[in-house]
Ligand binder design. Structure first.
Ligand SMILES: C[S@@+](CC[C@H](N)C(=O)[O-])C[C@H]1O[C@@H](n2cnc3c(N)ncnc32)[C@H](O)[C@@H]1O
Length: 318
């Protein structure tokens, strides 16, 4: 299904209420996202997948950021997973990014076969554990695996990739490939103003712009995915569903994890700064300045950042 199928209505399509500037549209009237900055910039151009709703870039800079982000998440959540898995024989990581999470699981469970699935591979196979394998796939089109295949299915940080209307179906697909007695775990982090407590004006403005941009691709701009993470698992027929809401100190006031998380989120913002600049007819420098201001607010206001992890078990005979 093409990503524009999920495109949702965006409020006030011609004028942006915060910048009061006209929004970019193409001659057909369909809103488009341009990958080029609105004005010349010193920032190197990024590579985006324009056939996918996924908002973040796919390039070497993003590979490095995702690896860095993996260590921040592992540290903030005190481990790689929360589900009570025992000795899984087959593990699947959907939207595996660099494969770092899956490779660590492969090392922790050497008897298991671990598969990382993503739109594109990120690293050369030679550097990866022997019991890890990359499979190319698109979770929005269905997973290329038989029913009841995996003992543990994990999916982390796809809120900027899966349209809101597709979440329920994706959770069902994850449950389908999970073996009876096996576990599905979803981990998602904030992209909405309600996930930054408190949120200063620059944080609010940046999140508003990002939300409007994402909504053009059908992505959640209301904080609905984080609210519904456990509900998706229930709706997929899973039992023993458990949800954990985690608020992580964001900024230098929060020690090492807070500083690293702040750096990661600012880099993630910079990764889409050219898209925001083009869409809202701002200069990229204005967007970058907004991100830096947001970072300062997190320190000054002692902001906390919301992450949700939810897991559930496929019933025997289910
Ligand atoms: C923000 S990264 C998270 C990577 C990894 N899960 C982690 O936590 O480190 C999102 C990943 O999802 C992948 N992705 C986006 N849309 C996808 C889709 N439709 N099917 C499979 N993977 C997808 C992207 O290519 C990217 O690697």
């Amino acid at each position: 299904m093409p990503w524009w199928f999920f495109r949702r209505r965006v409020t006030n399509a011609s004028i942006d209420p915060i910048t009061s500037r006209p929004l970019a549209t193409n001659p057909s009237g369909h809103e488009v996202v341009r990958a080029e900055p609105a004005q010349p910039s010193s920032v190197a151009p990024r590579r985006y997948l324009d056939t996918q709703p996924y908002l973040l870039p796919k390039d070497l800079g993003e590979v490095n950021r995702l690896d860095f982000q993996h260590y921040v998440m592992r540290s903030a959540l005190h481990g790689n997973y929360l589900a009570p898995i025992q000795q899984p024989r087959r593990i699947l990581d959907v939207g595996c990014g660099t494969g770092q999470w899956a490779c660590e699981l492969a090392q922790q469970f050497p008897q298991a076969e671990v598969i990382g699935l993503d739109l594109e591979p990120a690293k050369a196979a030679a550097s990866l554990p022997a019991n890890y394998r990359f499979v190319q796939g698109d979770v929005l089109k269905g997973l290329p695996f038989e029913n009841d295949t995996f003992d543990f299915v994990h999916q982390r940080l796809l809120v900027l990739a899966i349209p809101l209307a597709a979440w329920r179906g994706v959770a069902q697909e994850l449950a389908r490939v999970t073996a009876p007695g096996g576990w599905v775990e979803l981990v998602e982090a904030g992209t909405h103003v309600s996930h930054f407590t408190p949120a200063g004006p620059a944080t609010q403005q940046f999140l508003y712009l990002m939300g409007q941009l994402g909504a053009l691709r059908g992505l959640d701009n209301e904080g609905a995915v984080l609210r519904s993470l456990d509900l998706y698992l229930h709706q997929a027929g899973l039992v023993n569903v458990n949800r954990q809401d985690i608020d992580i100190p964001l900024g230098d006031w929060g020690g090492r994890v807070g500083s690293l998380l702040s750096l990661d989120l600012r880099e993630a913002g910079k990764a889409i700064s050219s898209l925001i600049a083009a869409r809202f007819q701002m200069s990229e420098q204005e967007v970058l300045a907004l991100i830096e201001q947001a970072g300062q607010e997190w320190n000054a206001l002692q902001t906390r950042y919301h992450v949700v992890a939810a897991y559930g078990q496929k019933p025997y005979g289910g």
